[in-house]
Design a protein around this ligand. Structure first.
Ligand code: ARG
Length: 463
């Protein structure tokens, strides 16, 4: 049998370098299982339409099952000339069952075939990423549960701003990763539209019922309504690559916080040895490489998204071979993110938190807003209160003392009716407890949020 699926029209063989340029088996072999699932559904549809006999169908099922097992067990032997995974499966099927293998491709094209297989792969990949996200959320939640009342500086512009709780910091990332999980779900909704049966581009003329196909392939809940769009649509790849890229951005931001927090200057957290590495030259070094790699690898996730969008942007309808370039960026992003999420979860779960270092980094100036709020409670308009407290901060700097050591006379100079009660403001725990608005950093609110996340995410609570 002619090995190429399309050789009949050709008088001369493909150039060796062209073959290497064109072949995709080395990477699209990962679609083998999905390709065979699509072929099994297609074979059932062919039987139902009367295009193959019951017996032929049975042979196809047996043969495809063997090929699937060969792939699963790593025993599948590629041959020179296996252009892509679809070619390889069909070639092997013919070796195994002969004649009926030649009927499998009836009414089908590799264009609707590959679009179907890739969607199946992408749906499973999205689900795996969602599980990874949940694992990371649980690791963050566990830290949050231990630290609902642990005080630390909160930053804007990376300058000390107001006191917050470490639990609140943890849950901020839980929120981000929740949106990533939801986005993966949302992208999956549109991936569940079935292209199979669209033929090469125009539809199939042999009467194969496409609705019937979604019964065998329950990942799909609708049939693509336009065959031209069906074979050339890769929006599902772009959408998931965006979800992966944004997840990478979130991982990178979390990593950046933890890199800063684990420096000697901060010392808020210490990563476990298992997620750090040393220096070949400086014996004392312990570097947060897990976090630096999370930050660094997010670049690949962004790059892969741009790669795919660039491949798609100038394509005329319908299928063009450019589309074969959709797979490597997706596989790379999926593999990168899958491992990144596992490493992130483990590093967060095992890091040591140092509440005493966090507390030591708090300073009175972070209570300046609380001081202004106190004046507001006494009837001073906020804009004025802001100016008065600003003057107090400047005085404290001039005298080289913390705000709480500024003499009462200084306070009375800006606001005559103040008495020693004003010094009660200098209590970080009180400041945080007062941020009790919904979504605020008050331990009471953080505890409620922990309970909400525990109910949403499940798993065992931290002791
Ligand atoms: N390996 C190809 C791809 O991934 C399969 C589709 C080939 N179709 C074609 N008309 N040459 O895009």
């Amino acid at each position: 049998m002619e090995h190429r699926l399309w050789g009949g029209r050709f008088a001369a063989p493909t150039a060796e370098m062209m073959r290497r340029f064109n072949d995709s088996f080395r990477f699209d072999v990962r679609l083998a299982e999905a390709d065979i699932a699509g072929s099994l559904a297609w074979a059932a549809a062919l039987r139902e339409t009367g295009l193959i006999t019951e017996a032929e169908h049975e042979r196809l099922v047996q043969g495809l099952t063997v090929v699937r097992r060969e792939f699963e067990s790593g025993r599948f032997e590629p041959r020179e000339g296996d252009e892509d995974v679809h070619t390889a499966v069909e070639r092997r099927l013919y070796e195994l069952i002969g004649e009926p293998a030649l009927k499998l491709h009836t009414g089908r094209s590799r264009n609707d075939q590959v679009a179907t297989a890739f969607r199946l792969f992408a749906i499973a990949a999205a689900q795996r990423v969602q599980r990874g996200l949940r694992g990371l959320q649980l690791a963050l939640l566990e830290q949050a549960e231990r630290h609902t009342a642990t005080l630390m500086p909160g930053y804007t512009h990376l300058q000390r701003a107001q006191p917050i709780t470490f639990g609140h910091w943890c849950l901020a990332y839980v929120e981000m990763f929740e949106r990533d999980r939801q986005r993966a779900d949302d992208a999956t909704i549109r991936a569940r539209t079935l292209p199979l049966g669209a033929g090469a581009l125009a539809g199939n003329s042999l009467g194969v019922e496409r609705e019937r196909l979604t019964e065998d392939l329950d990942e799909f809940d609708a049939v693509a309504a336009n065959s031209l769009d069906a074979v050339s649509d890769r929006d599902f790849v772009a959408e998931l690559l965006f979800v992966f890229a944004l997840t990478g951005v979130h991982l990178s931001r979390m990593a950046e916080d933890l890199i800063i927090y684990s420096s000697a200057e901060f010392g808020f957290v210490e990563l476990d040895d298992a997620y750090s590495t040393g220096s070949s030259l400086m014996p004392q070094k312990k570097n947060p490489d897990s976090m630096e790699l999370l930050r660094g690898k997010s670049g690949r996730l962004l790059g892969n998204l741009v790669t795919l969008l660039t491949v798609l942007k100038g394509l005329p309808l319908t299928y063009n071979k450019d589309l074969q370039e959709d797979k490597e960026p997706f596989f790379d992003s999926f593999d990168t993110l899958d491992l990144a999420l596992q490493v992130a979860a483990a590093a967060v779960a095992t890091m040591a938190v140092r509440p005493e270092r966090m507390a030591a980094a708090l300073d009175d100036a972070m209570l300046a807003t609380d001081l202004a709020d106190e004046l507001v409670r006494r009837g001073v308009p906020f804009r004025e209160a802001h100016g008065k407290v600003g003057r107090l901060v400047r005085r404290a700097l001039e005298l080289g003392v913390p705000l709480r050591e500024l003499p009462l006379a200084e306070y009375q100079a800006v606001q005559p009716d103040l008495d020693t009660e004003i010094y009660a403001v200098f209590d970080f725990a009180r400041s945080v407890a007062r941020k009790a608005s919904l979504g605020g950093t008050a331990p009471e609110r953080v505890r409620e949020q922990c309970m909400r996340w525990r109910a949403t995410l499940g798993g065992a609570g931290a002791a």
